[in-house]
Design a protein around this ligand. Structure first.
Ligand code: ADP
Ligand code: MG
Length: 314
């Protein structure tokens, strides 16, 4: 699809909302988060500003993450957040009233879930909304000839979910998702710290630990990280040193769920398309795919070449 003038494309991710102006490229990329007051219901902060508040709010403030695994879980908060980001994108209010909006949607969403996404965009002023399957959007984003009679496999590891899809002739032939992604791995790190070290940490700290991990395939090196949190017993702040190695077991358990989804999709793929995928390899995208060593780990398990896209976050 060629983006003409006056088109806007929106990706409502679990971690990030990205807004593309057909003339300017990505103009907004902010966390899908907003903070509001429980007492007055007033919205206090959005996107980047709001992310800084996670785990730091007084009791009357609440941080909301209204999109989970490509599904809008809080309609009003998503509308408010999008309105704010669109106004930020162009100071002239109601900027998108004259625009057609292209939105990426996961293949596995139900009609009701897709409808909710379309409704949100109409609510914030879109003239017309054109849904595009997110795997097709990703394929186009990495310049794959998705319209060809040839099979490609895209695996998008986002924050709240992973979707593996086989594309051919501009459509999704088969796809499957699982609830594994960047935020889920952060949750696992948080749980590990609580259970094995009696240390309570917030999700931003868990994400930082994950981003610091050298390589998920390391087995021998004694690489450590210092972690700040609250001691579960004393309730006091504490710094402990952990071995990265101890986090690898639960993380790899998670990754095996991704491997299983890829295997299931491959097993249901018609033979001609399978042969194409063996030639081209599997294309990995999404921020979750940036864990060092993940591409090779998947490739080793399923015996198919795996390529990480140049810019998985975009
Ligand atoms: P979504 O589309 O679901 O919003 P993204 O594709 O934008 O998600 O990916 C965001 C996720 O990628 C976050 O959970 C973030 O922690 C993770 N991420 C970003 N960079 C890295 C990295 N270098 N290593 C591991 N994970 C990363
Ligand atoms: Mg995404």
């Amino acid at each position: 699809m060629k983006l003409g003038t006056n088109h806007i494309a929106i990706d409502l991710g679990t971690a990030y909302i990205r807004i593309v102006d057909s003339n300017k490229g990505i103009t907004i990329e902010e966390p899908s988060i907003l903070t509001y007051s429980l007492t007055s219901n007033e919205k206090i902060a959005f996107g980047d500003e709001s992310k800084k508040m996670i785990g730091r709010t007084p009791t009357h403030l609440v941080v909301s993450q209204p999109i989970r695994g490509g599904i809008i879980t809080n309609y009003d908060d998503t509308t408010t957040l999008l309105t704010h980001l669109l106004r930020k994108m162009n100071k002239k209010q109601k900027i998108i009233t004259k625009n057609n909006v292209i939105v990426s949607v996961a293949s596995q969403l139900t009609l009701v879930e897709k409808r909710a996404i379309m409704e949100v965009l109409l609510q914030v002023g879109a003239k017309k909304v054109f849904p595009v399957e997110s795997s097709i959007a990703a394929g186009l984003g990495v310049d794959l000839p998705v319209w060809d009679p040839r099979g490609f496999m895209i695996v998008d590891i986002g924050a709240g979910k992973t979707e593996a899809a086989v594309l051919s002739l501009g459509g999704v032939v088969i796809s499957e998702t699982c609830r594994v992604g960047g935020i889920i791995i952060d949750d696992i790190i948080q749980a590990h710290m609580r259970i094995h070290h009696n240390l309570v940490i917030g999700s931003p700290t868990a994400e930082k630990i994950k981003l610091n991990i050298n390589d998920i395939r390391q087995t021998e090196q004694d690489v450590t990280q210092d972690v700040k949190g609250i001691d579960l017993q004393s309730g006091l702040p504490k710094v402990i040193t952990i071995y990265e190695k101890e986090l690898l077991i639960p993380i790899i358990e998670c990754i095996m769920k991704i491997v299983e989804v890829i295997r299931n999709v491959l097993e249901s793929t018609p033979p001609e398309l399978s042969a194409d995928i063996m030639d081209t390899g599997i294309v990995l995208t999404g921020g979750g795919a940036l864990l060092t060593g993940l591409d090779e780990m998947i490739s080793e398990r399923i015996n198919v070449p795996v390529f990480l896209t140049e810019n998985p976050l975009h």
